[in-house]
Design a protein around this ligand. Structure first.
Ligand code: DX5
Ligand code: ZN
Length: 218
């Protein structure tokens, strides 16, 4: 398992400090980019993500919840360890978006809403590095995990077979359900409120590792 801290639940006025609190205990940072159009909420874009880039060595997983990923993905400063993830339901054709993101020299993720059939991502599994399964309706942190996501993760794992594609799961994950999500087949767990919504985010990450069945002490 790998663990990503979603900054959506962090204090946006002190992002670099927030990152430092979890840096040794997570594998990457999940950045939720929302355009107030694809989802009914606004967060931040490339200006903020690029400003944060020099403050941490952690890879970024940039989750684009925006209608036109081909227009904005190129504005993010990314390297070979970073992911840029777009939604299959967005307005741009997925094949084109994959090509644009690949051209940035980073890894490519494709995401889908809880109500979108897995068949929508199946044709792209040979061209992406990651599928980000949304276990809540995208747009807001702190929502309840949708239990039907577990069957979707298992089905996706079967569909992927032995192709080198990871499964990330995003939304409503905390100490009580992290183990079931990993057991269903998730490689990367995304957690926002379960980390930055807690008084001690570092201790909260260690608790997630423990509840998932792993020992992590840093
Ligand atoms: C929701 C975002 C998530 C969100 C998860 O649209 O994509 O990444 O931060 O937050 P929690 O872990 O609080 O559900
Ligand atoms: Zn997200």
């Amino acid at each position: 398992m790998k663990l990503a801290a979603s900054l959506l639940a962090a204090d946006f006025a002190r992002l670099a400090d927030e990152v430092r609190r979890v840096e040794g205990a997570v594998d990457c940072l999940h950045l939720d980019v929302m355009d107030g159009h694809f989802v009914p909420n606004l967060t931040f874009g490339p200006v903020v993500a690029n400003a944060l880039r020099p403050h941490t060595w952690l890879p970024f997983e940039i989750h684009l919840m925006i209608e036109r990923p081909t227009l904005y993905a190129p504005q993010f400063e990314v390297g070979p360890d970073d992911f840029v993830t777009f939604h299959v339901e967005a307005a741009d054709p997925p094949e084109e978006t994959i090509q644009v993101i690949r051209g940035l020299g980073c890894k490519v993720g494709i995401s889908l809403r809880p109500g979108t059939d897995l068949d929508a991502v199946a044709p792209h599994l040979g061209a992406v590095d990651l599928v980000l399964v949304m276990s809540v309706e995208p747009g807001f942190g702190g929502q309840a995990f949708r239990p039907e996501s577990l069957a979707r993760i298992r089905a996706l794992r079967r569909e992927i077979g032995d192709r080198p594609v990871g499964i990330a799961v995003d939304g409503g994950i905390g100490p009580s359900n992290v183990r079931s999500v990993v057991e269903a087949g998730a490689d990367l767990i995304v957690a926002g409120s379960a980390i930055f919504g807690e008084p001690d985010p570092h201790a909260a990450t260690l608790e997630l590792w423990k509840r998932a069945g792993y020992t992590r002490s840093s």
